[in-house]
Every structure is written in C-alpha cells, then in structure tokens.
Design a protein around this ligand. Structure first.
Ligand SMILES: [Zn+2]
Length: 178
C-alpha cells in the first residue's frame, strides 16, 4: 500500500490512539519478521530541515548524523504516525525497513523505540538536541527520551539487530576502537 513517498503493510491503518493522538494499528495478525513499512522521502541535512517552515518539519526520520528523510510536504503520510514505545513491537532492518520484532495481534498499536534511529545530530548552526518526556505507559518506560539512548547498554542488548544500520555501525566502530 503506497502512502505518499512511503509504503505501508495493507494490514495496518492509522487510528486515533487515546493518549498519543494518532497511531498505526494492526487490522489483522502480523507475524514476526513481516515488513511493516518502507520509509521514503527527501534526503535533507539537518540545516535544510531546520530551514523548512515549521509545519513541514514534522516526523523526519534520522538516517545519519547529518541527514534525515523528510516528506517536505504539509500533508502527513500514514507512515508518519508510528509512535515511540519503550517496549516496542517493531524495529529496523537496514535504514528504511520497519519489521515486526515479534508476532503482533489484531488491534495492537505498532511502535518502535526512537533509540533505534535517533543519535546526536550534526548541523552548522542548529541545536536539535532530542530530549523529551515519554508517556508511552510501558512497564519499563524510561520517562525521558534522548539522542543518547542508543548508548544505553541494556538497549544495545535488547535491540541488537533492530537498530537502524547507521547506529549499528556506530556501535560496531565503538566496540572495535580501544
Ligand atoms: Zn516510554
């Protein structure tokens, strides 16, 4: 199912999620490993993103320290509505594929952990530090989401194969350098 620049599994749909505005939900049972979404968009540096009007800056996906994918549009796409959870059921393969980390039941909300894609960003004259409260209601909620969360040892262990590829490479590099 193509949605703007992206693709979303036909068994998913955007619904109102009581506590978090909109979210993406399963219309049917999803099996572990199934591809849930492929994110597309325009590649932008953080500086370019920052220069867009504010209403066009929503839901960018970080793909590297300097770059994001964004939709450069005032019309959000269905794939913009995946919410964060500290106890997610979806993770990344590569940079742009979202996959089911486990079997997902009908009517469950699909979520990933921002720690899987967000790291310290680099720009010329901008300060886009990610530091926000979390109200995901998971038992293990961290209460605070930051761009440094990918460094948390327990998360590295938990999301090993589900980090976005560029973060996987950062982790690999760090563990190689003495
Ligand atoms: Zn949380």
């Amino acid at each position: 199912m193509i949605t703007g620049n992206s693709w979303m599994h036909a068994g998913l749909e955007v619904r109102n999620s009581s506590s978090k505005g909109k979210g993406v939900f399963a219309k049917e049972k999803i099996t572990q490993g199934e591809r849930l979404a492929i994110f597309g968009g325009s590649v932008m540096t953080f500086d370019e993103l920052n220069n867009l009007p504010e209403h066009m800056q929503s839901h960018p996906m970080q793909i590297e320290e300097r770059f994001v994918f964004g939709c450069k549009s005032t019309t959000p796409e269905d794939t913009d509505y995946f919410n964060h959870s500290c106890d997610p059921n979806a993770g990344f393969h590569g940079q742009i594929f979202l996959v089911a980390m486990r079997d997902i039941q009908k009517d469950e909300e699909i979520s990933f952990d921002y720690a899987m894609v967000i790291s310290e960003s680099v720009g010329n004259d901008i300060d886009l530090d990610v530091d926000m409260d979390c109200h995901c209601e998971a038992m293990n909620c961290r209460k605070r989401i930051t761009e440094k969360d990918w460094r948390i040892p327990q998360l590295r262990e938990k999301y090993k194969e589900y980090f976005s590829e560029y973060i996987k490479q950062k982790i690999l590099y760090e563990t190689k350098v003495p």
